[in-house]
Design a protein around this ligand. Structure first.
Ligand SMILES: [Zn+2]
Length: 440
């Protein structure tokens, strides 16, 4: 593993050797790990050495690969982000996919000479999107990745098929069919994940496909409310499918937590009853949706009215239009929430407790959370809601499963200052939230 940096470095420095031994010995599950975000630098450099340039790559990617060949030192987050297109080029053959998957699995699951960091976890769920290139079909890609995953016993590794939010309807159908086909053939596919740019895609149209996957007993995890760019409608669409796990859930509003989660809000985490829609309040999560609907109804009321133009500018007419448009908008929102709760939309009706995949360092480094003190993990801990400690993209953030646990145990402000009992309980929650892991 690379040199320890970022928030975990300071947390580690504050722990005593006994704390570190305690954390190492805990059985841990890594449930949110993107394959391409974990390829060890050493493997990337080796692939670059072997790579013969092709005419299909852009000059930018060719330049990065040349730099890698010359042994460039990769330092900051920007370097790693700019590296991603080159990583896709370097892993476009089946042979490279096998090499990288094998390297990532070893990184997590095999003991190495660095006993402090290995094996990183007891159980791993690796996620990846089946790719198609001139060298392989999606099915071949998935098959070779599964071949590598299945080198490990089922108690140690499972695969999740990721789909990007911008995936077209037909491609999404293909990904889900492929995942189901593999699962039915006895291959170790545990679940479907939805990932990608929070601003992309229409998640309403995703839900029927996701419900099909759930109905066919595939697990479901989604990147939800990852940032403030995710809208409430977006989160509602996902929650209507009752995913088994939620990735990040950083900006999930209190109203949605109250509406969907079985939690009994503890002091300091309550929110107002949903029936009292404070939709006029700009802070309400559905306020902008309400405003848009209201404006639409207002304009329609004015244009449909048979009143004269003079009458339409009168205060009384405007007040009627206002009242009508507000009532119609509230009705639409009530319908939207009812739809989300409809038994046709959800396998399980009513509230539920989906495990939240918490990625502390990733959130801090991407600045979706200002500090550990302000982190949403505190809400879930306080409300006894299941969570799993995960890493997201180790290559980008230079973290490891163990390093995230340093942040739990270290005293504030370097960490959350949790007790050993609490940390052990959290580790167990991660193990319990696994999709396919047979119980020991
Ligand atoms: Zn992720």
């Amino acid at each position: 593993m690379s040199e320890i940096v970022g928030p975990a470095a300071a947390a580690l420095a504050s722990l005593c050797p006994d704390d570190v031994i305690f954390l190492q010995s805990l059985p841990k599950a890594e449930l949110h790990a993107h394959l391409n975000g974990y390829i060890p630098i050493k493997t990337i450099l080796e692939l670059a050495q072997k790579y013969s340039p092709s005419s299909s790559q852009t000059t930018e990617v060719a330049d990065i690969i040349e730099k890698l060949k010359s042994g460039v030192v990769l330092n900051d987050l920007f370097d790693f982000f700019s590296l991603m297109p080159a990583i896709y080029t370097l892993t476009s053959t089946l042979e490279a996919v096998v090499t990288t998957t094998c390297a990532v699995l070893q990184l997590f699951l095999n003991p190495t000479s660095d006993a402090t960091e290995s094996p990183q976890c007891t159980y791993l769920e690796l996620r990846t999107t089946p790719r198609t290139t001139t060298h392989m079909t999606r099915e071949r890609y998935l098959t070779v990745v599964l071949d590598e995953v299945e080198m490990y016993p089922a108690t140690r590794a499972t695969l999740i098929v990721s789909v990007d939010r911008c995936t077209s309807d037909s491609d999404l159908e293909e990904y889900i069919s492929l995942a189901l086909e593999m699962k039915n053939r006895g291959r170790r596919v545990g679940a479907i994940d939805v990932c990608g740019d929070p601003r992309g895609g229409d998640m309403q149209s995703f839900t029927q496909h996701l419900s099909r996957a759930k109905g066919a007993s595939l697990g479901l995890t989604v990147h939800i409310a990852e940032s403030t760019n995710n809208t409430t409608e977006d989160s509602l669409a996902f929650l209507s499918c009752r995913p088994d796990r939620l990735g990040h859930a950083t900006s999930l509003s209190d109203e949605l937590k109250t509406l969907f989660f079985e939690d009994i809000p503890q002091p300091g985490t309550e929110c107002g009853p949903l029936s009292e829609f404070g939709l006029r309040d700009p802070l309400h999560p559905l306020h902008s949706k309400f405003q848009d609907l209201k404006e639409g109804y207002f304009l329609r009321f004015v244009s449909d009215s048979t009143e004269s133009e003079e009458a339409k500018v009168q205060m009384s007419f405007r007040a009627d239009a206002e009242k009508f448009s507000e009532r119609a908008a509230i009705k639409d929102i009530e319908e939207m929430i009812k739809q989300a709760e409809s038994p046709n939309n959800a396998r399980v009706n009513g509230q539920y407790k989906s495990c939240i995949e918490i990625c502390l360092s990733s959130n801090l480094l991407c600045k979706t959370v200002a500090s550990l003190d302000a982190h949403h993990i505190r809400y879930y801990l306080k409300n006894d809601h299941p969570i799993a400690i995960c890493t997201d993209d180790a290559l980008l953030f230079r973290m490891s499963c163990l390093r995230e646990y340093f942040l739990l145990l270290a005293q504030p402000p370097l960490g959350l200052g949790l007790s050993r009992d609490d940390v052990a309980r959290i580790a167990q929650m991660g193990m319990d939230a696994a999709f396919l892991r047979p119980r020991d």
